[in-house]
Design a protein around this ligand. Sequence first.
Ligand SMILES: [Zn+2]
Length: 424
Amino acid sequence: MSNYRAADQSFVRGTNIASILRYIHEQAPISRARLAALTGLNKSTVSSLVEELLERGLIHETGRDSPGQGRPATLLEINPAAGCILGIELGVDYVRAALVDLSGQILWRQSTDSDPSHPQEQIIRQALELVDAGKVTSNERSLPLLGLGAALPGMVDVQSGMLAFSPNLQWRDTPLARIFHEHTGVPVFVDNDANAGAMGEHVFGLARQTRNFIFVVAGVGIGGGLFLNGELYRGAGGYAGEIGHTHVSSDSSRLCRCGSRGCWENSGNQYALIERVRARLDVGRRSLIPRLCAEQNLPLGLNVIAQAAAQGDQEALSALHDTGEAIGQGIANLINIFNPELIVLGGAMIIVGEYLLPAILETVKEKSLPDICRQTQIQLSGFGVEAVVIGAAALVVEAILSNPTAIAAAKDARFDINRRARIK
Ligand SMILES: [Zn+2]
């Protein structure tokens, strides 16, 4: 019996310390007395748990509050210098990396173009080169690397860290957690790009206090991170949120990379936008775009379209309006189904997000039920094109917040590749 009791006590302490750390993360700077009030734990228990977090270096004291009467209380916050996390985003045509501290500040960033027609090993090698560069920076700053989070467009088994299938990369059964762990020796978490983006907004971004929201990542594809009732919703097999492959119109002319026709992402992704621009240019409409492409030796893509839109180019703005409508149709469906408080838009298309948003809002208002629509805000991610890579790092931070006592062991990087990429 005593063994049970010991296990229970250790479990309870672990749960309580996680609650304390999460409140400090969400509400810092915060006093011990306030933590006691929020958790319902007595003050001596809170003091003991706070002491352990201080000893582990995960939090630090930051000044005192002055509540008027009485002794000022010492305030606590997450210690950004506790360590850093490497986020890696494998996009369809780029690889991006960021080194992030525990408060979500980016300490270093780098990205490189990639080509989805190249062999998988070559693209993974590009990612590992960025990982190495990030590790150099963490060493230079004397910040221990606590973990690596990786995000990519596809269906990921988060338990094994295995990519099952990515329609846009045409990768199957790729053991990404094992590859990154063997290269770095640190705990690795892998997730779908939209789930990672949602986690980034939950841990560091617009949705810190929001229990029901959807992160919509729009670029070459469209994916959704469904954050429902305070947690990521993964579905029966872990693959929920493939919103880009839902069907919003009867237009079935375009074959999707998933093999189906008429998927939402084919009318709302960056290629659809580029095609709309190209169609206008092909019939001889006057536009700044050919000159912008020629002057900068750039292909017709999101950057040039954003530049043209900023200069008031009517053809760019009109193509963006039509694409915003297409995106809005799918978002209206999401709002009707899930009644979220917030939709956050991210992904490569955020470069033109400000020009898409008016048509998205208009379409959502027109096509979703008014009572539900009124309860939903739609915002562009404050992290811009870095929302997913910050989200990849947030996967690791979330694991630390859920299980802070594992942090010391994490530095030794015990890792069971056959079971789960996690901090043990
Ligand atoms: Zn599809």
